[in-house]
Each structure stands twice: as structure tokens, then as C-alpha cells.
Design a protein around this ligand. Structure first.
Ligand code: SF4
Length: 231
């Protein structure tokens, strides 16, 4: 007997209505108009407020000139997970919170949505911007395929390491796939980003049903090796 009854599920149409995208993708016109509001500040407080130091005025300027590929490159060189960060980062207290527009009494530049606009362009058009570096003959395993592992793997690949990401779940992406509210991002968006990293990581592949990062601290890895063997 189940411990509790499973909660009734919403019909798909109602689910889509209730959890609709809270910050929908900008149209080209919206993006250009918003990019034109930016002052391209020399000291760029928005960039300093970004934990990954994305050059915000540089990528916004490229949107204004129609260079979406170049814009996405600026973003992804600093942060390979720029797509999900554009959707889920608390921008109101980070880059947008630091925007000088506040001092003018105006609304901050919508940096998160502009970032998403640029990165969505390269993902939608399957544009490959990065490749793994020349092999250095070394291999690294990353445990878990969440954002930390993906970012780590992408950086290692730049330096020529062959990276294998282990994940116990059937679908990769970790938190971004399983743990974000649907009105911010969907599993399908997370998987697109996983593919973006895989493009850079020729040697990366997925091994299923291994311990997660959360339980890997020796114990879980030990469990993996010590599990009963069927003869
Ligand atoms: S602080 Fe605001 S106005 Fe200045 S560069 Fe950054 S986004 Fe543009």
C-alpha cells in the first residue's frame, strides 16, 4: 500500500497555462530596442556583479549590431552555461541589480533576457562555437552531470583533458533537468545545454546508475564497488 496517495495531476493544457514561461524569449525587435537602451558603461558594474564575469556591454552591443553569434560567443566563453543562467539566475540582485539605470530612476537593462536571446540563437541554429583542445593524454571523471560538472568538464576539455561524466540518473543535466520550476526552465532546455557541452567534449559520454555527487564522498563510490555480485 502506498504511503500516500499520489496528488492528482493537472491536464497538460492547464499545466502549460499555470507554469508558462515567466520571462518569455524576446522578439528581435524587443531585443534590439532593449540593447539600444544600454549605456555600454566603461566600468560595467553589471559585469563585476556577474559571478562568471560575462562582458555584459560587449555581448549587448553585438546584439544591437545583429551579431548574435558573436554575442553568444562572448557569453559562452565566460560561462558555458550562459543559457540556463539567463533563465534562472537571480539577475535582479546580480547584474541587473548593479545596472546604473537604477541611479537614473529607470528600469535596469534586461540582461538575463538578452543573454537568453543570444544563446538561444546559436542553440536553435545548431551553431558550434567551441571544440575540445588538443589532447594532453589525461582523463578526468566528473561525478554527476549537473551544472557544476558540466562547467568543470567544459573547462577541462579546453585544456585537452578527456572527460567522462558519470550520473546515476537516466537523463543528464542534474539540477537543471530535475530541480528548476517549469516557469523558469524546462528539462528540454537543460538537455540542449548538455548537448552544447558535449559538442566541446568529444570524449564525454554518460554512464548510468552510478552514485550522484551528493553521495559520492567515498561512501557511495565504495558502495558501487562493494555491492553484492551475482554469480
Ligand atoms: S550597467 Fe546597465 S547600462 Fe551599464 S553596461 Fe551594464 S547593462 Fe548597460
Amino acid at each position: 500500500m502506498p504511503l500516500r496517495e499520489t496528488a492528482p495531476k493537472l491536464p497538460p493544457e492547464q499545466y502549460e497555462r499555470n507554469f508558462a514561461d515567466i520571462a518569455p524569449r524576446m522578439t528581435r525587435r524587443q531585443a534590439v530596442v532593449e540593447a539600444a537602451r544600454c549605456l555600454y558603461c566603461f566600468d560595467a558594474p553589471c559585469t563585476h556583479a556577474c559571478p562568471t564575469r560575462i562582458d555584459v556591454p560587449a555581448f549587448i552591443k553585438k546584439i544591437l549590431t545583429g551579431n548574435l553569434r558573436g554575442s553568444a560567443r562572448v557569453i559562452l566563453e565566460a560561462n558555458i552555461l550562459g543559457e540556463s543562467c539567463g533563465r534562472v539566475c537571480p539577475t535582479e540582485v546580480l547584474c541587473e541589480g548593479a545596472c546604473v539605470m537604477h541611479e537614473k530612476g529607470e528600469q535596469a537593462i534586461e540582461i538575463g533576457r538578452l543573454q537568453r536571446y543570444a544563446v538561444d540563437y546559436v542553440l536553435d541554429n545548431n551553431i558550434h562555437l567551441f571544440h575540445a583542445g588538443a589532447s594532453n593524454g589525461k582523463r578526468v571523471a566528473c561525478i554527476g552531470s549537473g551544472p557544476a560538472s558540466l562547467a568543470c568538464a567544459a573547462e577541462l576539455a579546453k585544456w585537452g583533458y578527456a572527460v567522462i561524466i558519470f550520473d546515476r540518473n537516466e537523463i543528464p543535466g542534474g539540477l537543471n533537468t530535475y530541480g528548476i520550476a517549469a516557469y523558469k526552465t524546462r528539462a528540454a532546455d537543460s538537455l540542449r545545454e548538455v548537448e552544447l557541452v558535449r559538442q566541446r567534449l568529444d570524449s564525454t559520454h554518460w554512464k548510468r546508475r552510478l552514485p550522484t555527487v551528493a553521495v559520492m564522498s567515498q561512501t557511495a563510490i565504495g558502495e558501487f564497488y562493494l555491492r553484492p555480485v551475482d554469480y
